[in-house]
Design a protein. Structure first.
Length: 72
């Protein structure tokens, strides 16, 4: 399970995956409501990762454990 670091840059959210030295813009978040945030994250270029749901939208930067989405 890689650790990902999520950062807000202007209106865009970016995901950095340390093990792969990869940083990509997040193009879609499965759950992005005041009650829940997280689930499947789709990155620019088509990669998908899954992070556990958070209670509400977190404050960035944020480090979370992620798994590769099974639908990749």
């Amino acid at each position: 399970m890689p650790v990902v670091i999520l950062r807000q840059r202007g209106a865009d959210l970016y995901c950095y995956i340390a093990k792969q030295d990869l940083e990509a813009r997040v193009v879609q978040v499965e759950h992005d409501t005041p009650e829940h945030w997280g689930g499947a994250l789709e990155l620019e270029g088509g990669r998908r990762y899954y992070v556990n749901l958070q209670p509400g939208r977190p404050t960035f930067p944020l480090s979370l454990r992620a798994t590769r989405d099974a639908q990749v």
